[in-house]
Design a binder for this molecule. Structure first.
Ligand SMILES: *[C@@H]1O[C@H](CO)[C@@H](O)[C@H](O)[C@H]1NC(C)=O
Length: 971
């Protein structure tokens, strides 16, 4: 009964919210600014200056691989414990927690793939105010200064990174509420305080304790508390100036945003720290934001915010939070690339300042000529609402090193099944089985390949996930089998909001197992979402996740078959009537953690449990495919991410590039944007251009809002249909290349879509470029993203390099900026001279149909007449490549007029019928003859043609198996 009442009451408010949402674009007032988030405001009020923190050198403790030292805030005397580790592979880790917190503070689990291996730390110098440490091989040193506390990282004798050099370390210690002693609070609180004061004492800081951390830890033992609570309160008030007026600020113990009040039983708990990069002017990363690739300085505006939110019709070019968060920032200069990984899952804000931000290029040049001016420097400040400071410093020095370092911590991109790289057809909604059938047939009728058709929320029985609408989808198994016969797949949506309905098995099971997130009062938390009143399974609970995974078994998810895959939407989580359209921060998860502590992890866990469920249903044989909207550091291990609910607007098309580039920089390579734009109706030109862009992004799916008109590719006239078909066919031809890129990403952590600076780190021209990018190191893509475009300015990087237009095979010299005239059919793509790219040029109905089809190798000769490339081949869908070594990793090399094929990895072997049908050599002269040589066989002559005008040599029918070793000589 209480339930009905609650949801009844909710309805009016909710419908009003929904109504408002529908009539306007982003309602910024639904989302907090830094000023409206009390900890952000408090911390930001603290300006750079001398840090009140002092390191107690007397407390210094060493082990082989770590250093521990106490920090004390001179104002409030609360001791912190700093732990510092040298990690293998040019990384360090810095952790700061309270030495003796009132209760445990949250430390993010499950994101790191292992305890990072450490290296040796040794003391190489010391004086009365500092210690010098040497890491591993001794090239990297750290100088810790005691007063005021700061740390400086040196490589050789060069300072590359400073910590707390601007004095912005903030650590709001857990405390008793001071008005606990006023008449507002019952006597029970006082008695709690009494017991606490007997159990616990802050180390009173007379002289620093010579025995250091151990002695301080021992202070957990009952000690008489020297001060009365009132004195303590006064003491806290003294500190409040440095701690951003923590006690006075009305938002400290409770804050209200719109109609929602966040009662904070733990009071203020935020943490913050600053990092400086001397010599650095370019910083990247910290997705997800709808902004440029190169991050802007945040002075005069809000910091970049990381707080997973369902933002209705998000705006572009601003630092507002979106659906996912990866707290990783990269700093780049011509000398080096560095990274910061701030492992904290609470609401986080990142401020970026720079001493050269306001300067024009001319101003900088003047500084340079006159020898004046400071070294450029970028400062980054992180602020999180709760948890501890746990930060990894990734010291590069190259971009590839930083990617390797970061993915050694959080894992590399999972290798998706091959079909997942093909084209996906989605809309909200394909209405019923007939509709699915008609769309599926439409692709065949119009000769357009596609692999996967998607069902959004309407396919369910009243938004009850794991069910089918009995009228619209009465025969899911037959429908799926029909797709299987066409070698195609389906994806159905499974969201984490569970309809509160005692007639719904999933709800009943979750409730009976007590798996729902709780309110602060211990009841099941309920919010409003698509099904109406909904519960939110506690995905932070491993038992809950195991149960969720079991729901994907074929006998649990009725009607599902092995070609059904999953889409997790709304997993920020989205709650229509919650604060900022998400969960109340004082909701409670397993282990008594507040939602505040775990918020940014919720979506990560949903995708994790879903992917594991798919794996389990096949006995661990098949690779999963799960798309998620919300994500965190490490989400790359579980599938694909898309950029959420974008709009059919040219600017949204354009921003999809930097959004996916930013994700790739922080491990998440499998990224895409809704082709066509989710909201609104694209004009045909925009739709065509979007297909052309999407065909060159890793995750390629068309999707549309329920209120949009239908937009299957054949609905816009013959000409547009042909253009869309061409773009999709280009994608299918390049699938072997895409698959190999994803494999490389899985093996080495390198991004699939790369900003130019990743491959050309010393060329300052490219630091700000985000309208073109590289796929691996071989293809440069500059999609057309402007309405009515007649041309694009393409920058070809690399001193002395050459590039080939993949459509005309024209050879171009670099570096240069060229103006390329475009038509509606243009997708400007260039292959780097020196690379070899494999394609399958017999495009069929679906990728699965092309499995045994032959390859064409495109050998683009570099300035020295050489080239190299690789190709990964396996069954395309199982883990046998990992567990049984069933794969081919082939290496192709061209040099001295000979192309050789050998293995890049002798550990793998795989039987395939696929063979090489053609080799196209770009930039080649005309040979007199071409010979093929295979092991143990006589040389045979091969047919060829040569186009003098473009220098393209086409060698026909080597007809060698793709797994064989061979060579082709031009003579
Ligand atoms: C560590 O840095 C050195 C240069 O100081 C570099 O040569 C090496 O490749 C780096 N190692 C890793 C694993 O990043």
């Amino acid at each position: 009964m209480a339930e009905a009442d609650a949801s009844g009451r909710m309805t009016a408010a909710v419908w009003l919210t929904l109504l408002l949402a529908v009539v306007s674009a982003v309602d910024r007032s639904n989302f907090k600014t830094c000023d409206q988030s009390s900890f952000c405001k408090r911390q930001r009020n603290l300006k750079p200056g001398s840090s009140p923190y002092r390191a107690l050198l007397e407390s210094l403790q060493f082990s082989q691989d770590s250093m521990k030292i106490q920090l004390i805030n001179e104002a409030n005397k609360v001791p912190l414990l700093l732990e510092f580790y040298g990690l293998k592979g040019n990384m360090t880790r810095l952790r700061i927690n309270e030495l003796t917190p009132l209760k445990a503070r949250y430390e993010v689990p499950d994101v790191l793939v292992q305890d990072p291996p450490t290296t040796r730390l040794s003391v190489t110098g010391r004086d009365e105010n500092s210690v010098e440490l040497s890491l591993g091989d001794g090239i990297r040193k750290v100088i810790l200064t005691a007063k005021p506390f700061r740390m400086d990282l040196l490589v050789g004798w060069e300072l590359v990174l400073s910590v707390n050099s601007r004095g912005l370390l903030v650590f709001e210690h857990l405390r008793q509420r001071k008005d606990s002693f006023s008449d507002k609070v019952s006597s029970t609180v006082v008695s709690i305080w009494d017991s606490i004061k007997n159990l616990f004492s802050r180390t009173p800081t007379k002289e620093p304790d010579p025995d250091g951390a151990e002695a301080a830890e021992a202070s957990n033992a009952p000690l008489p508390l020297e001060e009365e609570p009132t004195e303590k309160t006064e003491q806290l008030e003294d500190t409040s100036k440095r701690e951003g007026e923590a006690e006075e600020d009305p938002g400290t113990w409770e804050e209200t945003f719109k109609t929602h009040t966040d009662r904070k039983p733990n009071g203020p708990t935020s943490v913050g720290l600053d990092f400086s990069f001397p010599g650095v002017e370019n910083v990247y990363g910290i997705p997800e934001h709808a902004d440029n690739l190169r991050l802007r300085t945040t002075e005069g505006g809000d910091p970049y915010r990381l707080y997973n939110l369902d933002v209705f019709q998000y705006e572009l070019y601003n630092p507002m939070a979106l659906y996912g968060s990866v707290p990783v920032l990269l700093a780049h200069s011509a000398q080096r690339t560095l990274g910061i990984f701030w492992l904290n899952a609470a609401e986080t804000w990142v401020d970026i300042t720079s001493n050269t931000a306001g300067k024009t290029l001319f101003g900088k040049m003047l500084d340079y000529i006159q020898g004046g001016g400071e070294t450029p420097q970028t400062d980054v400040r992180w602020m999180s609402e709760s948890g501890i400071i746990d930060v990894f410093l990734l010291l590069g020095p190259s971009p590839a090193d930083v990617f390797k370092q970061y993915t050694s911590l959080t894992g590399t991109q999972a290798l998706p099944p091959l079909f997942a790289l093909a084209y996906h057809q989605s809309r909200w909604n394909y209405n019923d089985e007939e509709d699915v059938n008609a769309v599926d047939n439409g692709f065949d009728e119009h000769d357009i390949p596609y692999d996967i058709i998607w069902l959004d929320i309407e396919h369910t029985d009243g938004k009850r996930y794991f069910t089918w609408d009995p009228n619209k989808f009465p025969h899911p198994r037959e429908m799926l089998q029909h797709l299987t016969a066409k070698r195609r797949k389906m994806v159905s949506i499974v969201d984490p909001h569970i309809k509160v309905d005692t007639g719904y098995r999933v709800h009943n099971e979750i409730r009976s197992r007590d798996f729902y997130v709780k309110t602060k009062d211990g009841n099941d938390y309920e919010g409003w979402c698509w099904p109406g009143s909904a519960g939110y399974p506690d995905f932070t609970n491993p038992q809950m996740r195991a149960w969720w995974s079991s729901m994907f078994a074929y006998d649990q998810y009725e009607g599902s078959t092995e070609n059904l895959y999953t889409w997790n939407d709304m997993n920020e989580p989205s709650i229509f009537n919650g604060p900022e359209v998400t969960m109340h921060k004082d909701a409670v998860h397993q282990g008594d953690w507040e939602h505040r502590d775990v918020h940014n992890l919720y979506g990560f866990y949903v995708q994790m449990a879903t992917a594991q469920g798919q794996e389990q249903r096949s006995g661990g044989v098949e690779r999963p495919f799960v798309l998620t909207r919300s994500f965190f550091a490490g989400s790359q291990r579980y599938g694909a991410v898309w950029t959420g609910d974008n709009s059919a607007e040219w600017d949204h098309l354009k921003i999809s590039i930097p959004m996916c580039l930013s994700l790739g920089l922080v491990g998440i390579s499998f990224c895409g944007a809704d082709v066509g734009g989710f909201f609104k109706n694209p004009e045909p030109e925009l739709l065509v251009r979007w297909y052309q862009v999407g065909a060159y992004q890793p995750f390629f799916r068309a999707h549309a809002h329920v209120d949009t008109t239908r937009r299957e590719p054949w609905l816009f006239g013959e000409e547009n249909k042909a253009l869309i078909r061409d773009a999709i066919r280009e994608r299918y031809a390049l699938l072997p290349f895409w698959y190999t890129l994803l494999y490389q990403s899985y093996r080495t952590g390198q991004p699939v879509m790369r900003p130019l600076w990743v491959e050309y780190p010393q060329d300052p021209t490219v630091y700000g470029i985000d309208d073109q990018y590289l796929l691996g190191d071989a293809l440069l893509v500059h999609p057309v993203t402007a309405q009515g475009a007649r041309g694009v300015q393409v920058y070809l990087p690399g001193k002395g390099a050459v590039w080939y237009d993949v459509h005309t095979h024209q050879k171009l010299h670099a570096p240069q900026t060229l103006y390329l005239t475009v038509t509606m059919s243009s997708i400007p793509v260039y292959q780097r001279g020196g690379s070899i790219v494999a394609r399958k040029e017999r495009v069929r109905r679906s990728s699965d149909c092309m499995q045994n089809d032959p390859y064409t190798l495109y050998v683009a000769l570099g300035p020295q007449g050489t080239a190299q490339g690789d190709l990964f081949v396996d069954d395309g869908h199982t883990y046998n490549f990992e567990t049984k070594g069933q794969y081919l990793h082939r290496l192709f090399r061209f040099s001295g007029n000979v192309l050789t094929a050998s293995t890049a990895d002798p550990k793998g072997s795989f039987e395939t019928l696929a063979w090489i049908e053609r080799v196209v050599i770009l930039g080649a002269g005309k040979p007199a003859a071409v010979f093929l040589k295979q092991d143990g066989a006589a040389e045979t002559r091969l047919d060829f043609t040569h186009e003098a005008e473009t220098s393209v040599l086409t060698v026909r029918k080597p007809a060698v198996n793709v797994g064989a070793d061979w060579s082709i000589s031009l003579r």
